[in-house]
Design a binder for this molecule. Structure first.
Ligand code: ASP
Ligand code: MG
Length: 466
């Protein structure tokens, strides 16, 4: 069997037209003799709206919460009716589910408390609805579809909102449930992101968790590939809005994709594809609005790339914190004290650079900064500054190439660089600059390093036709 897991994000199932496109893509795979297993997200924005309804219900705004639910109900009913000719039973089922959602929201507005467990229960409706509707729509389009409740096969611990998959149970239940369906020629359709603990209570895998579901299923079935269908052509050499010359990266390593994920969570979260990495299953990022495009293939060992870099990524809205203490000279335990303060404030640190007497750290700009700075002020002199951007170049074996740093900083010699990091990973070189300089830096770097792109790695045809 040539099994492919096909995951469709929220925009690929956002309305009847998108769901029809999705059905056509899946039917295309079946026609190629593949056996798809389909994982879907909630319809676009539904997860946010469910969370909002839950939050305001718990603040006592019962009417507001029910109004959100009522809009969601209409959207799902209308979508079902538009896609399925005989939609009575499906619409009834959606209504029943929304009735119980409304019950929960009323309950929340009475008890005024939202626990992570109840939040997961509420948010799980998004994927429950989308997967039911998509399954019915596929059937309508002639695909031999069967709906599968992911909560029966994706088993997690009980850390609601960010539950940890229990690999042994998943490895056992996924094939047991899905292989007979596949053997019977059926296409299983299931919701991503939602799972349950061993007691059968609904949990979720964390925001954006549908990719994770797809990787878990693909891993457990030793699928031939995992396809992540989104609304972009794949991983690009730079953000095309900033750099119109940007090219699609045809193939990239898991490690490189993981480095980039931090910048464009839009494409993939690295942890989510770990189950695929461990089993060496290729992950493809594809565009459901442009299905003919071959996307980006993420694999363990891509061919060697002649250009030093694969992609330039940027993260904005960062702050730099400078900690200067002469006392630090020749002492130990000082770094620990600094990091303890960030830990106390639960603030992740992105990049660190040190000299004998000073440490610079970067963090996402956030409202905790003044109190973090006050605590650090007990140890040393502290300054912090916002509106910074991190620019990161990713490519294989940056460390192994001499003169690389000179070329990079020569390309942006007109820009003031605040902090540099290289060497922590062989495939990443990053530096901090002012946010206002970021776009210009990306364009300069792109012009310097992607003039003569390696056709084995980049989609150079796109440039020729421009
Ligand atoms: N619907 C969930 C979210 O928006 C999961 C996903 O789309 O991957 O976070
Ligand atoms: Mg997503």
């Amino acid at each position: 069997m040539s099994l492919v897991v096909m995951k469709f994000g929220g925009t690929s199932v956002e309305d009847p037209a998108a769901i029809r496109r999705t059905a056509a893509i899946v039917a295309g795979r079946v026609a190629q003799g593949k056996q798809p297993i389909v994982v879907v997200s909630a319809m676009a924005k539904v997860t946010d709206q469910l969370l909002r309804a839950a939050a305001i219900a718990a603040e006592g705004d019962r009417t507001g919460a029910l109004a959100i639910s009522s809009r969601l109900r209409s959207r799902h009913r209308d979508t079902a009716a538009a896609l399925v000719a005989d939609s009575g039973a499906l619409v009834d089922r959606i209504d029943l589910k929304f009735d119980s959602l409304d019950e929960i929201l009323r309950g929340l507005s009475a008890i005024l408390e939202l626990t992570p467990r109840v939040s997961d229960l509420i948010v799980s409706f998004g994927e429950l609805f989308s997967s039911r509707i998509v399954a019915a729509a596929f059937r309508e389009q002639g695909i031999n579809t069967v709906h599968v409740d992911s909560r029966q096969i994706i088993i997690t611990d009980s850390q609601f909102q960010k539950a940890i998959p229990q690999d042994d149970l998943i490895e056992e239940r996924v094939p047991k449930k899905l292989l007979p369906l596949l053997a019977a020629g059926q296409v299983p359709v299931m919701g991503g992101f939602i799972a349950s603990n061993q007691a059968g209570i609904s949990t979720t895998l964390g925001r954006g968790g549908s990719d994770f579901t797809a990787a878990l299923i693909g891993g457990a079935l030793r699928a031939e590939a995992i396809e992540i269908w989104t609304d972009v052509d794949g991983i690009m050499t730079a953000d095309p809005r900033v750099c119109p010359d940007a090219l699609r990266v045809k193939v990239i390593s898991f490690e490189e994709a993981a480095e980039l994920a931090y910048f464009g969570a839009k494409v993939l979260h690295p942890a989510t594809i770990l189950p695929a990495v461990k089993k060496n299953i290729p992950v493809l990022v594809l565009n459901s609005r442009n299905a003919a495009c071959e996307g980006t293939r993420i694999i363990s060992l891509p061919p060697h790339c002649k250009s030093p870099f694969k992609s330039i990524a940027v993260k904005k809205k960062l702050s730099i914190i400078d900690v200067v203490a002469s006392r630090m000279l020749m002492t130990h335990g000082y770094m620990k004290d600094i990091f303890d303060i960030f830990d106390k404030h639960e603030c992740p640190v992105d990049m660190v650079s040190t000299s004998e007497v000073s440490v610079s750290l970067t963090v996402d700009s956030n409202e905790k900064l003044p109190s973090i700075a006050a605590d650090l002020g007990q140890l040393a002199d502290v300054k912090y500054e916002g509106k910074k951007a991190l620019v990161c170049l990713v490519g294989d074996d940056i460390r192994g190439q001499s003169g690389m740093a000179a070329q990079v900083f020569n390309a942006i010699r007109h820009i003031n660089v605040r902090m540099i990091s290289q060497g922590a990973s062989e495939i990443n070189m990053s530096f901090m600059i002012d946010e206002d300089d970021a776009d210009e830096a990306v364009r300069s770097l792109h012009a310097a390093f992607f003039q003569d792109p390696d056709p084995a790695i980049f989609d150079v045809d796109a440039r020729k036709t421009k």
